[in-house]
Design a protein around this ligand. Structure first.
Ligand SMILES: Nc1ncnc2c1ncn2[C@@H]1O[C@H](COP(=O)(O)OP(=O)(O)O)[C@@H](O)[C@H]1O
Ligand SMILES: [Mg+2]
Length: 305
C-alpha cells in the first residue's frame, strides 16, 4: 500500500533519533502446527543492543508469520480489505494484537523503556493512500526518554481497510522526524547481489538505478512487497539525505554497531545524486561490487544523538 509523504511538523527535537525497523521475518517464526510465534529471545537480544547504545531510537517492526499468511488466506495480497469485509479486519487485528504484546514484552525484558504507539490515531486511509497525519505524539515520547514502538498493521477509512507496511511506516517516520539514520534489520546479510545464487551482498546500492533495483525479484506472496519494496522505501529516505541501511539482524552486535555509525554487515542504500563525503572510500562506485572488503564497516556521521 502506498503512502503519502508525511509533512514534518513541530519543533525538531527529534533530530538525532534513529529509526530501527525489525523485519517480521527476523522476529517471528511459524510453529510446526502452523501457528505464528514471536522469537522473543531474538527481540530481547536486539533490544539489549539498542539499550546499550543509549541513543534515542524509534522502533518499528514487521508482522512476518502473523501478517503474511493472513493476507494469503483472506486474499488481500494487494493490500486492501474492501468495505464489507470487516470480520477479516477484526480477525487480523486480534492476531496482530497478540504479536504486538509479545514484541513489547520482549523489548522491555531486553532493557528498553518501550511503549506501544497504536497506528489508529497516527494515520488515515483515504483516496487509496495511507497518510501519516502527525508525528507529534511519537516525538513527545522520545523526548520523555521512551522508545516508541510501532508496527505494520491495518489502517481504515471510508473505502475499507488497507495494509500499512512497516517498511513504509519506518520510511515515513524517518522523513517526518529528520532522523539521523534509518536502519532496517532483516534476515539476510543485506541486499544480495544475486539472490538465490549466493549470499554475497551489495555494500552500497543505488535505489534509483533501475538495473540494480530491478534485479531484486518481486515477492508476489508478500503483501508488503518483500526486499524489492524495502529497497524502494529506503530509496525514498536516502533521497532526503538520511543515511539508510538494510542490515543483517541475525548477526549479534551488528545492530548496535550500525546505530553507532558503522555497519559491519549490510547494504547502504543510496539514491542517485551526489554522494556524501563520509563513505569509507570516496572513489567507491555507488553500487559496490564484490571487491568491497567485507570486513570494512559502512559508516555515517555520528555527531548527533
Ligand atoms: N536481493 C535480495 N537480497 C536479500 N534478500 C532477498 C533478495 N531478494 C529477495 N530476498 C528475500 O527477501 C527477504 C527479506 O524480505 P522480507 O521477508 O520482506 O523481510 P522483512 O521481514 O525484514 O521485511 C530475505 O529473507 C530473502 O528471502
Ligand atoms: Mg518485508
Amino acid at each position: 500500500m502506498t503512502s503519502d509523504r508525511p509533512r514534518a511538523s513541530g519543533p525538531a527535537e527529534a533530530a538525532g533519533c534513529r529509526i530501527v525497523k525489525l523485519g517480521g521475518s527476523l522476529i517471528t517464526t511459524t510453529d510446526p502446527d502452523g501457528s505464528p510465534h514471536v522469537n522473543e529471545q531474538r527481540v530481547a537480544a536486539l533490544a539489549q543492543e539498542i539499550a546499550a547504545t543509549g541513543l534515542p531510537t524509534i522502533l518499528v517492526h514487521g508482522t512476518g508469520a502473523f501478517g503474511k499468511p493472513a493476507a494469503r488466506r483472506h486474499n488481500y495480497l494487494d493490500g486492501v480489505i474492501t468495505a464489507g469485509r470487516q470480520k477479516v479486519f477484526a480477525e487480523v487485528s486480534a492476531l496482530l494484537a497478540r504479536l504486538e504484546l509479545a514484541v513489547l514484552e520482549a523489548l522491555q525484558r531486553g532493557g528498553l523503556c518501550a511503549v506501544r504507539v497504536p497506528l489508529s490515531g497516527l494515520c488515515a486511509y483515504t483516496d487509496g493512500k495511507i497518510r501519516l497525519r502527525s508525528v507529534d505524539g511519537v516525538r513527545l515520547l522520545l523526548n520523555h526518554g521512551i522508545v516508541p514502538v510501532l508496527g505494520g498493521n491495518l489502517a481504515w477509512g471510508r473505502d475499507g481497510f488497507a495494509v500499512h507496511s512497516s517498511d513504509t511506516l519506518a520510511a515515513d517516520l524517518a522523513i517526518a522526524l529528520h532522523a539521523t539514520a534509518l536502519i532496517m534489520a532483516t534476515n539476510a546479510g543485506g541486499v544480495h547481489l544475486h539472490h538465490g545464487a549466493s549470499d554475497r551482498i551489495h555494500r552500497e546500492l543505488d535505489a534509483d538505478d533501475p538495473v540494480l533495483s530491478g534485479s531484486i525479484p518481486p515477492d508476489r506472496q508478500d503483501v508488503s512487497g518483500g526486499m524489492r519494496a524495502k529497497v524502494r522505501e529506503c530509496g525514498r529516505v536516502a533521497r532526503t539525505g538520511i543515511p539508510t541501511f538494510i542490515i543483517d539482524g541475525r548477526l549479534p552486535g551488528n545492530l548496535a554497531a550500525s546505530l553507532r555509525g558503522a555497519t559491519p554487515s549490510g547494504t547502504r542504500i543510496r539514491a542517485g545524486g551526489p554522494q556524501d563525503t563520509d563513505s569509507p572510500s570516496p572513489d567507491r562506485p555507488t553500487s559496490t561490487t564484490p571487491e568491497a572488503p567485507p570486513e570494512e564497516a559502512l559508516r555515517f556521521p555520528r555527531e548527533q544523538g
